[in-house]
Design a protein around this ligand. Structure first.
Ligand code: SAH
Length: 559
C-alpha cells in the first residue's frame, strides 16, 4: 500500500503545508483530500497518483459520483474505446487527454504494455491521472495488469468500480440477469478465447448447465462455436439468448433468439462488437420489461440549434425521451459595442412606464450592463416589467424580479396586445433587445400611442466551424429532425448548410422533419421553402418536446 505509507513518512510541517495551514488529520483515510491537496500544492508532490476509474457501460449518466469527482480534478485522462467520450467534458479544459483505444479485432492504438508504460510515466511525473475504462475496470478490463505495473513502479493508485456492461447491457435490453423464478446463479464469461483450443481456461462442460444465466463478453466473433459448445455440453438448444450491442447508448441494438438460432439472427441484423450475449430463461422477461428501446424518441437523431448556453434544457428533455441529440450552435451571442441608448435610459429610468424583455439574452445582457454601471435590480423600482414568455419571466426571478405581465400568447404580437389592452398611450416603453429583431412589437405599441425606445444590448452572430460536420451528417441521411427555437436559428442553420441551389437544399433536407417553437419561427422555415412538421400550441421548450414526442408516436401508430 504505497500511498498511505508515503503519507505517514511526511513530517508534521510538510503535512501542515499540504493541508493549507490547518491541522492535517494524519489518521484520516478520506481519500478525496489527497487529490485536492495534490492538485493545489504542485510543488510538494513527488509522485502523482493513478485512479483506475470505471466509466460505466456507455450512458454518461452511469459513471459513479466518485469517478466524476476524480475526472473533474484530473491532469491526464487516459481513456479507451468503450468509455463514452462525453465523460471527458468533466475533465478540466487544461487536462491532457490520451486516447488509447482498443477496438475488438481492429487496430490497437496502444498495446497493453504501452498503456502500462504511459500510466507509470505520468505517475512518475507527479500527475493526477484518471485511467478511464469502459464498464468496471476489474471485469475483463485488464485493470489488474495496469495496477501491477503501478505497484512495481511504486506509484500510488486507487480503483473506482464502474457499472459493468454485464448488468447494464442486460438491464437496458429489459433483462434482469437474476430472477428468483428463473435462476439463482450467473456466470460472467469471456468469449474472446478460442473455445476449440485444447488448453481452454473455460470449462464449458461445467458452465453449460452449471449456471442459470450466462453473460458472455466479447463473444460475437466466436458466437457459433460458443453456442455449439453449450448445446454439446447439455444446455437445451431452445434456451433463449439475447445479444445487445452498444448498450445504454443511442446506438443500442438488441436481438433475441435461442442457442440454435441466435447466430443467424445476429448475422442477419448485422450485429458487430461490442456486444454482450445473455443466455438463460431470464431473457424471456424482456417481453415485459424491455424499456430503453421503447422510449418514444429512441433511435431518433435530432439536431438542436440554439446558442451554446441555451441548448441544455432542450437537449436534456429530448434525451429523456431517448433521442440522440446533435448540438449545433447556430448562433453566438455577443455584447454590442455601444450601450449609449441603454445607459441614457437607465439614467432617467423613473420616466419609463414599462420595461419589456422578449428573450433570455436580453435579460442577461441588460443586467450585465446594469451591474457594470454599479447598479442592480433596485434601480428598476417603480418600473413595470413585462416579458414575452414564461422562460424569460423565470429568468428574471433570478435577478429578484417578479414580472408584472406575461401575455397569454407568447409572441411579440401577444405581448403588444396585452399591453395595449392596459392602455399605453403616452407611456415611455424601454425595449432592450438584439440589434436585429422583428419590429412588430415596437410598431404596434407606437401605433397605439406609446413612445418606444429600443436599446440594443446584444447581437446574434453565426458561429464559424463545424459546418462540415453538419453537412456530412445531412448528406449521410443521419438526421431525423432539426429543432428551431427562433427565426435566427433558421437563417443561421441555412447559412451553415450552405446549399448551392434550391435543389440541393431539398435533396439534403426534404426527408428531415422540422420542428419550430412558434409561428414566427415556422414562418421563417416555410419562407425558406421547407416544410414545418412540428409546432407546439404553446411556445415553450417543454411544449415543443411534447409535440415532438406526439409527432413520432403518431408516425409509429401509422406504421
Ligand atoms: N470492463 C468492461 C468489459 C470490457 S471487455 C465492463 O465491465 O463492461 C469488452 C466487452 O464488454 C465488449 O466486447 C462487449 O462484450 C462488452 N461491452 C462493453 N460495453 C458494452 C456495451 N455498451 N454494450 C454491449 N457490450 C458491451
Amino acid at each position: 500500500m504505497p500511498w498511505p505509507m508515503k503519507r505517514q513518512e511526511r513530517s508534521a510541517d510538510e503535512r501542515k503545508q499540504l493541508s493549507g495551514g490547518t491541522k492535517f488529520p494524519a489518521e484520516s483515510t478520506e481519500p478525496s483530500s489527497d487529490i485536492i491537496m495534490s492538485a493545489s500544492k504542485k510543488t510538494v508532490r513527488e509522485t502523482g497518483k493513478v485512479y483506475l476509474v470505471g466509466a460505466g457501460p456507455g450512458d454518461p449518466g452511469l459513471i459513479t459520483l466518485r469517478g466524476k469527482f476524480l475526472l473533474e480534478r484530473a491532469e491526464v485522462v487516459v481513456y479507451d474505446y468503450l468509455a463514452n467520450k462525453k465523460l471527458l467534458q468533466h475533465a478540466p479544459s487544461t487536462a491532457q487527454l490520451v486516447y488509447v483505444g482498443k477496438k475488438g479485432g481492429g487496430l490497437h492504438a496502444y498495446t497493453q504494455e504501452g498503456i502500462n508504460k504511459l500510466l507509470v510515466e505520468h505517475g512518475k511525473a507527479g500527475k493526477i491521472v484518471v485511467r478511464l475504462k469502459g464498464g468496471d475496470p476489474f471485469i475483463f478490463g485488464r485493470g489488474a495488469e495496469e495496477i501491477e505495473e503501478l505497484v512495481a513502479a511504486g506509484i500510488p493508485f486507487e480503483v473506482v468500480p464502474g457499472v459493468t456492461s454485464a448488468t447494464a447491457a442486460a438491464t437496458y435490453a429489459g433483462i434482469p440477469i437474476t430472477h428468483r423464478g428463473y435462476t439463482a446463479s450467473v456466470a460472467f464469461i469471456t468469449g474472446h478465447e478460442d473455445p476449440t483450443k485444447k488448453e481452454s481456461n473455460i470449462r464449458w462442460d461445467k458452465l453449460a448447465t452449471g449456471a442459470g444465466t450466462l453473460v458472455i463478453f466479447m463473444g460475437i466473433k466466436n458466437l457459433p462455436i460458443i453456442m455449439a459448445k453449450l448445446i454439446e455440453n447439455g444446455r437445451d438448444p431452445k434456451t433463449p439468448v439475447a445479444v445487445v450491442r452498444w448498450a445504454s447508448t443511442p446506438e443500442q441494438h438488441s436481438v433475441e433468439g435461442t442457442l440454435e438460432t441466435i447466430t443467424e439472427v445476429v448475422r442477419e441484423a448485422g450485429i458487430k462488437p461490442p456486444a454482450l450475449v445473455v443466455v438463460g430463461e431470464v431473457v424471456k422477461l424482456r417481453k415485459t420489461i424491455d424499456w430503453y428501446e421503447k422510449r418514444p424518441l429512441f433511435g431518433k437523431r435530432i439536431v438542436v440549434t440554439r446558442t451554446r448556453e441555451q441548448a441544455s434544457e432542450l437537449v436534456a428533455l429530448l434525451e429523456e425521451h431517448g433521442a440522440d441529440c446533435l448540438e449545433f450552435s447556430t448562433i453566438n451571442i455577443e455584447p454590442v459595442d455601444d450601450y449609449q441608448v441603454l445607459d441614457r435610459e437607465l439614467a432617467q429610468i423613473s420616466s419609463c412606464g414599462w420595461l419589456l424583455f422578449t428573450s433570455l439574452n436580453a435579460v442577461t445582457y441588460f443586467f450585465r450592463r446594469l451591474n457594470h454601471l454599479g447598479l442592480d435590480a433596485r434601480a428598476l423600482a417603480g418600473v413595470r416589467i413585462a416579458v414575452v414568455g414564461k422562460a424569460t419571466g423565470d429568468e428574471l426571478v433570478k435577478y429578484g424580479i417578479k414580472v408584472d405581465l406575461i401575455p397569454e400568447k407568447f409572441t411579440g404580437e401577444g405581448l403588444a396586445e396585452a399591453l395595449i389592452s392596459q392602455g399605453v398611450k403616452g407611456s415611455r416603453i424601454l425595449l432592450p433587445r438584439a440589434v436585429k429583431a422583428r419590429d412588430v412589437l415596437p410598431e404596434m405599441l407606437t401605433g397605439a400611442g406609446a413612445e418606444v425606445v429600443i436599446a440594443p444590448v446584444y447581437r446574434n452572430v453565426p458561429p464559424g466551424g463545424r459546418t462540415d460536420l453538419l453537412r456530412e451528417k445531412l448528406e449521410e441521411k443521419k438526421i431525423d429532425m432539426v429543432t428551431f427555437t427562433s427565426s435566427s436559428t433558421v437563417t443561421n442553420f441555412l447559412t451553415m448548410v450552405d446549399a448551392a441551389s434550391e435543389e440541393e437544399l431539398h435533396r439534403m433536407l426534404d426527408d428531415v422533419s422540422m420542428a419550430a417553437i412558434g409561428p414566427i419561427t415556422a414562418k421563417t422555415i416555410e419562407e425558406s421553402g421547407l416544410r414545418v412538421d412540428v409546432q407546439p400550441e404553446s411556445y415553450t421548450i417543454p411544449d415543443m418536446v411534447d409535440a415532438i414526442v406526439d409527432h413520432y408516436r403518431r408516425a409509429k401508430n401509422m406504421d
